[in-house]
Design a protein around this ligand. Structure first.
Ligand code: IFM
Length: 719
């Protein structure tokens, strides 16, 4: 029987190298390291990203800097260097244990001259102590002679050609090699300190090679056939975001020396993971693929989740790749945050605090655009200012540039954040946080909507014109239903907040009213906008996605199957804009978020209409999990299953061919929501919670836990 906690492969395929580097990413909420190999290859995309370590970059403003590499570990047999592209690979296996985050690679290799050995590489990023990283290599030779290990730290890293690091210093102290680097523009200091211990054989030589920016420790051990020898390399990482700049080196050295050896450290790591899984695991019986995939998706989310830092967000590609440069989107609040709200509220709070801390950036953006309040950036990094690139190379022809409008007009993110703040408060009952931070998030975003809405005197209605909704195949649309309705919700929530504050925290209400200038005229405008914002709903309950949507060309997507390209690649950016094809469900997303405001019949009507118009496989990776939830809602669990399986495979099977750029973070969160709110039918209301299970026919059992108002509940459903 398969171990449903292990993601594995039994051969190495160089064509899938980057995809697999993403899949085999490990991390601990402080940093993540892609699954590139210890020995290094010219075409690998090796990378370690540390939360919050941004540095300026052309076009994209800023990006997470690919940090000095802690992995390097070369192995030589009597002077012949182990490498997958020389000699003969006689066996290869790689597995990631999702229970503990341990990545193991076993290779049976014969050198070009015929020296044979089995090498086992293992690594983990400690959950118990997020500054510590471990890599171990065990070699069982079938020859006599020498096994040499070269363990290093490498500061010569770049982001696909962009260099972010200066070398500052390196040296040896207390038996530890250290390296000190600094980011070029943001001036963040990082120290890595390495300690290497050998085992299993006599050390005949140990030397430090003080190569600039790449300190290396060389160890030579006697080899005998059948006797396992090896090294344990332990690395500590500190940045000036953690301690003062002049303390990064002493902290790293002290930490690496105080850190436990492999066995004890791994036991502590496993214990920390066990506590995480105790809250987060989802059990699915009857469907091994769904079981292991949901665990994989949750694992990827958990290794990116900041446990101890509320100055950072989770990027759209987690910390697992160069895609989107570490920038965070609405993906966090709408797709990932619910997982944390219900399984790890402390992490949800950290993520929301990041938005609260970045209110000044959102205010600058609103002001810069001539509005008031907080307009959150579509892409956000360290300062909370907008970092969406304005132009990027065209996907089909990289010599041409495409104007990216999302940073200018995909405004719904401000309401998404307000909605998330409200959800957190409702689910946790964390009144102190709501008073101190959540209320302001809702009020200041409402202030933005009040100023953004335009009065159309002729039609006698408020409008939000020239926007992009969640469906990004349609740009520059007027009155996108999702945006208008969530803005309306945001404004109404602001009145509810004020009423609640007046009752429970009157001093805070007064303070916010004064500071945010919530004067009677402004509140009167808000009331007007709530009442008169344009929403086009047919008598049947069908919601027009945006004004004029029905006039766009209808395309029979089913007739284009089987296809291997997105609708946008087939029809072009402009061409697709003219059709009714959706990149992701827009109206259905709205109904999902504000489910209590819609009848079952209205959900069914919109599902039937928009489902066939959506580019499920090659459109946005954010879509399938929401489709799955809505398919469950309309009583179609087997259709839901198709969408769900598409979502959970996004990275494991590289459905869109871009998993090499990093994990589709929103999709990972969406898969949990599909299981819990879709198949499990969990509904949280003001009076408590209920479930309405709709399991796919092959599921025999579904079980999960969730927190509600400080208590943990277990749902266990039999199929
Ligand atoms: O936020 C998403 C957006 O909805 C679709 N394009 C990719 C972004 C980042 O994942």
């Amino acid at each position: 029987m398969n171990d449903l906690w292990i993601v594995s492969e039994d051969s190495f395929d160089a064509k899938k190298q980057h995809h697999k580097e993403t899949v085999f990413t490990i991390g601990n909420g402080y940093l993540s390291t892609r699954g590139a190999f210890e020995e290094g290859y010219p075409k690998d995309h090796r990378a370690t990203f540390v939360h919050g370590v941004f540095d300026e970059a052309p076009i994209v403003f800023t990006e997470l800097a690919n940090s000095p590499d802690w992995l390097p570990l070369q192995v030589l047999f009597n002077g012949e260097r182990f490498s997958l592209d020389t000699g003969t690979v006689e066996g290869f296996e790689r597995s990631l244990d999702l229970r503990t985050g341990l990545l193991i690679r076993t290779v049976r290799w014969s050198s070009p001259s015929g020296l044979k050995a089995t090498l086992v590489f293992e690594r983990f990023a400690s959950q118990a102590d997020e500054h510590l990283l471990y890599v171990r290599c065990r070699v069982t030779p079938e020859f006599a002679g020498m096994v040499e290990f070269r363990a290093g730290l490498n500061g010569n890293m770049n982001n696909e050609g962009i260099v972010h690091w200066h070398w500052v210093a390196q040296g040896e102290q207390d038996g530890v090699q250290y390296l000190h680097n600094r980011t070029r523009t943001s001036g963040i200091d990082m120290a890595s300190a390495m300690r290497v211990d050998s085992f299993g054989g006599r050390e005949v030589e140990r030397a430090v090679w003080d190569v600039e920016n790449s300190p290396t420790l060389m160890l030579r051990l006697e080899a005998e056939p059948g006797r396992t020898v090896g090294v344990e390399k332990r690395v500590a990482v500190f940045t000036s975001r953690d301690v003062a700049a002049d303390a990064v080196i002493p902290s790293a050295i002290q930490h690496v020396n105080a850190g436990a050896g492999w066995e004890a450290a791994f036991a502590a790591d496993a214990q920390a993971w066990a506590a995480d899984w105790e809250r987060t695991d989802v059990v699915i019986e009857g469907d091994d693929e769904a079981q292991i995939s949901i665990r994989f998706n949750l694992f990827q989310l958990l290794i990116a989740a900041p446990r101890h830092d509320d100055r950072v967000n989770i990027g759209a590609k987690t910390l697992s790749g160069f895609g989107y440069r570490g920038h965070a989107f609405w993906d966090t609040e709408i797709f990932m945050l619910p997982v944390f709200i219900y399984t790890a509220p402390h992490i949800a709070k950290n993520l929301l605090n990041y938005r609260f801390r970045n209110l000044p950036g959102a205010q600058r953006k609103a002001q810069g655009n001539g509005f008031e309040g907080a307009q959150f950036p579509w892409e956000s990094a360290d300062t909370g200012d907008e970092v969406t690139p304005t132009w990027v190379p065209h996907f089909a022809d990289r010599t041409k540039l495409v104007r990216i409008w999302t940073g200018d007009i995909e405004v719904h993110i401000s309401a998404d954040i307000a909605h998330a703040a409200y959800q957190y408060w409702q689910a946790t009952g964390d009144d102190a946080w709501y008073i101190e931070k959540g209320a302001e998030l809702i009020l200041d975003t409402a202030k933005f909507w009040g100023s953004r809405a335009e009065w159309n005197a002729e039609a006698k209605r408020y409008e939000l014109n020239d926007v992009i909704g969640p469906d990004e195949y349609h740009e520059h649309v007027d009155n996108n239903a999702y945006t208008n309705r969530l803005a309306q919700w945001n404004l109404q929530a602001a009145f509810d907040v004020l009423a609640w504050l007046r009752e429970h925290a009157p001093a805070k209400a007064d303070e916010l009213i004064a500071r945010l200038d919530l004067n009677p005229d402004r509140l009167a405008t808000w009331r007007e906008v709530i009442e008169k914002i344009y929403l086009h709903i047919e008598p049947s309950g069908l919601i027009e996605q945006f004004e004029g949507y029905y006039q766009r060309k209808e395309v029979n997507l089913a007739a284009l199957e089987p296809r291997t390209k997105s609708a946008q690649e087939i029809f072009g950016i402009e061409g697709c804009n003219e059709t009714q094809i959706l990149k992701q469900p827009d109206v259905l997303m709205l109904q999902y978020l504000l489910r209590d405001h819609y009848t079952d019949e209205s959900v069914r009507v919109n599902y039937d209409y928009y489902m066939p118009r959506t580019d499920h496989t090659y459109g946005s990776s954010l879509g399938p999990s929401i489709m799955a939830i809505m398919a469950c809602d309309v009583g179609k669990p087997d259709d839901a299953y198709e969408h769900f399986i598409r979502a959970v495979r996004a990275d494991l099977r590289d459905v869109r061919g871009n998993a090499g750029d990093g994990i589709h973070a929103a999709s990972t969160g969406g898969t949990w929501q599909a299981v819990v709110f879709g198949f499990g039918g969990l509904r949280i209301t003001a009076d408590g919670w209920t479930t309405n299970p709709r399991l796919p026919h092959n599921w025999k059992r579904l079980s999960f836990k969730f927190f509600h108002r400080g208590e943990i509940h277990t749902v266990d459903i039999s199929g």
